[in-house]
Design a protein around this ligand. Structure first.
Ligand code: 3H9
Length: 697
């Protein structure tokens, strides 16, 4: 029990070291160990003060999230934190790495806190659908003041050691050896006979909620805007307010009950699922730790269009020197100028300064000659979506790039094996599918071709990490995982408009489900012509028995390309991105419905939700069944980081499991009977529905 918390005495200071890799999570063994060791120190006549520190990479990064699925074992973390208050000898927390959630709460039970300069601290619990349930909501306001406490608790973003010192959370920053510095600090506390700070005691300046109405309103508003639909930030605020209204003991007693409800909520389960799904996505069964990614110290991007420019920025932001290759000097200059403008935009929004821009721009060089690529470690092609163009580029790359360079294509749907076949080294070819805008979007779909080498794939995954992106692996098929699973949702959205729903009804139903924007407003934003071009390029492959998106084509034929044209599914006033309903869209829909023999009718919100979501889920099941995705949770990670699917619903596949696969299969069958071939049920969905199974375990 105590072997996860070590005990050593230095001079008259006991050093308790929590050693529970990888992140020193506060599972039951650690909780028991801390209590036992603290009691040992309290009873040890050779000890006058205590230092609590983490071994390895970090101070505890929180409660053990995996334990949340099981009944809580005593001692509860709250009891551990409270127990620290009762020790007569000063206890100093020594923080390095990430003291998060229960980890930070543990430090608040200590009487003093010192930190390494690189340490980060925070209470990210809201991101897991809970709140700091080990008295963080009571102690943090007393230590840091209400505004700073609410900032940490409601927004869930960690802060650095220097800010923590400004907020009064950290007493001293220790340069050099943390353990030695913490012991020296404890000795100073003893020498100066400093009183112990007990953060559960009432604090001056923290009073009735009415006195803080404005601050509280500010965080309610931020929670509504940044975590729309999510309950936990509001529950966290209620918990903080309890602390203003009640004595400490009553407030924490209320928290214990509230925490259990929160932890068992559907939202928390989905958010915890999302946390582990993201970590799982980085694991590829046949590419173990023994496969080393290739060294990438230089990169190049072919094409300085919208996508190429975003990729260049994401690479330069991560510190990589990047060469931009364009066909002509004019195109190159225009591309580089646009990249400069992207940085200007960041400066305007206060996210970068001029020096930061200059530093990044200095990493970016341009050329019109593929010969410039002879020493580049990774080349990412971001040219026009045309298979012949891409094959031609890859043939050129084959002769220009050095042996072992990674040759990546940023295609969003094309056959990577066909592209790889244009080279003599298909093992070096992978897909890196970025999302617009590539420098800002978190998702990176890494596509594994038939012949991609394991270390080439590992390099793609590592590049994602280096550039702050979430990578998900896909196999080759038209549209890979992300676009292939989303297309059916957009398809149904347009069919529903043809059948009688308005774009605003369709979009409202999906935003009510939690999407940040409706699919039709998104199409207007990204341009209706993008998928129109794709449909036309596939015209010869179209199965006449499958329903076709005639209305979407008609919108494009009429020049309704979306925001850039001032009209698409909606109309847009000059210089305004707000979609305004347009009666002309209905007139066009009526006309197309007449031509296609589609009966127009009143459509319920339920039908819109079911058709849009279940079409995507059915396709997701096919993607899984065909082995295009390694696991259902990978599809979910794509929807969370690529399409803004509400995190508190886990992802489409997790949502399907929660709704029930039997119900979904029944509805898919009904839609199949009504709307034909596109709705053919996935065999995997049929099987799991029959067995009472789940996609996500
Ligand atoms: C809480 O504290 C509630 C309390 O208020 C009240 C209680 C009553 N538990 O992310 P990584 C695993 S709620 C269990 O890849 P990094 C993770 O799954 C908690 N496991 O590393 C992975 O496992 P595997 C509040 C955890 O360096 C491995 O550790 N705290 C936990 O990129 C490495 O993780 C949080 O929400 C955990 N708490 O990032 C912090 N944390 O190797 C959650 C990690 O098998 N954690 N694991 O895949 C993080 O944000 C990041 O993990 C951290 C490290 C920044 C710490």
């Amino acid at each position: 029990m105590t072997n996860v918390v070590g005990y050593e005495v230095e001079g008259r200071v006991a050093v308790l070291t929590i050693d529970n890799p990888p992140v020193n999570a506060l599972g039951i063994a650690v909780r028991e160990g801390i209590v036992a060791r603290v009691d040992q120190a309290a009873a040890d006549d050779n000890v006058d003060a205590v230092v609590l520190i983490g071994a390895g990479r970090t101070f505890p990064a929180g409660a053990d999230i995996r334990e949340f699925d099981r009944p809580t074992k005593e001692p509860h973390l709250l009891a551990v934190v409270d127990h620290l208050d009762s020790i007569e000898k000063p206890v100093v927390a020594a923080i390095h790495g990430t003291a998060l959630g229960g980890g930070l709460e543990l430090t608040l039970g200590c009487h003093f806190r010192v930190a390494a300069p690189s340490a980060r601290m925070g209470t990210p619990e809201v991101n897991l659908g809970i709140f700091p349930g080990a008295a963080g909501t009571q102690r943090l306001p007393r230590v840091a003041g209400l505004d700073h406490a609410l900032e940490l608790i409601v927004l869930g973003k960690p802060i650095g050691a220097a800010t923590a010192k400004d907020y009064g959370i950290v007493d001293e920053i220790v340069d050099g050896d943390l353990r030695a510095g913490a012991v020296a600090f404890a000795e100073k506390v003893l020498a100066e006979n400093r009183p112990r700070n007990i953060s559960s005691e009432p604090r001056e300046g923290i009073g009735a909620p009415e006195a803080f109405a404005e601050t509280i309103e500010k965080y309610r508003d931020l929670a509504n805007r940044r975590m729309r639909g999510q309950d936990s930030p509001h529950i966290a605020i209620e918990s903080v307010l309890d602390g203003l209204r009640m004595p400490y003991d009553e407030a924490v007693a209320a928290d214990r009950k509230r925490f259990e409800v929160c932890k068992n909520s559907d939202q928390s389960k989905a958010l915890r699922y999302a946390f582990f799904a993201e970590r799982e996505a980085g694991k590829i069964p046949d590419i173990g730790k023994d496969v080393t990614p290739r060294v990438v110290e230089t990169a190049a991007v072919i094409g300085a269009g919208t996508m190429g420019r975003g990729i260049v920025v994401s690479l330069a932001d991560a510190g990589l020197p990047v060469k931009v290759i364009e066909a002509t000097k004019d195109l190159l200059d225009a591309g580089l100028a646009e990249i400069g403008k992207l940085y200007d935009g960041m400066i305007k929004r206060g996210r970068l300064d001029e020096a930061g821009k200059a530093e990044r721009m200095a990493r970016i060089t341009g050329d019109t000659d593929y010969g410039a690529l002879s020493d580049t470690d990774m080349v990412i092609e971001a040219a026009f979506e045309d298979l012949d163009v891409k094959k031609e580029i890859f043939a050129k790359l084959d002769s220009a790039a050095k042996p072992g360079a990674i040759l990546a294509t940023n295609t969003s749907y094309m056959d990577i094996d066909a592209i790889a076949a244009a080279t003599s080294r298909p093992a070096d070819v992978i897909g890196l599918h970025y999302f617009v805008p590539a420098h800002a979007m978190r998702l990176l779909e890494v596509v594994r071709g038939e012949k991609s080498a394991p270390d080439a794939i590992a390099t793609g995954m590592a590049l994602a990490k280096k550039t702050g992106k979430t990578a998900v692996l896909a196999r080759v098929c038209h549209g890979f995982i992300a676009n292939r699973s989303r297309l059916p949702l957009v398809r149904e959205a347009t069919f529903l408009v043809e059948e009688g729903a308005s774009p605003e009804q369709v979009d409202r139903v999906l935003t009510e489900w939690g999407m940040p924007m409706g699919p039709l407003a998104v199409s207007d934003l990204s341009g209706l012509d993008v998928s129109w071009r794709m449909r036309r390029s596939l015209a010869d492959r179209h199965d006449p028995d499958e329903r076709y998106m005639h209305l979407a084509d008609r919108m494009c034929e009429l020049g309704r390309f979306g925001q850039k044209a001032g009209r698409g599914w909606y109309v847009y006033e000059e210089g305004n991105r707000r979609p305004v309903p347009d009666p002309e869209t209905e007139a066009i829909a009526i006309e197309v419905a007449k031509e296609q023999g589609t009966e127009r009718r009143d459509i319920s919100d339920d039908e819109i939700r079911e058709r849009c979501l279940y079409a995507a889920i059915n396709e997701g099941a096919k993607i899984l069944d065909e082995g295009i995705a390694l696991r259902a949770s990978d599809i979910d990670v794509m929807w969370l980081s690529g399409f803004g699917y509400p995190r508190w619903r886990g992802g489409i596949m997790f949502s399907a499991d929660e709704i029930g696969l039997k119900h979904i299969h029944d509805r898919v069958q009904a839609f199949h009977a009504q709307h034909g071939k596109l709705w053919a049920p996935s065999p995997l969905l049929a099987r799991l529905a029959e067995e009472g199974g789940r996609f996500t375990g």
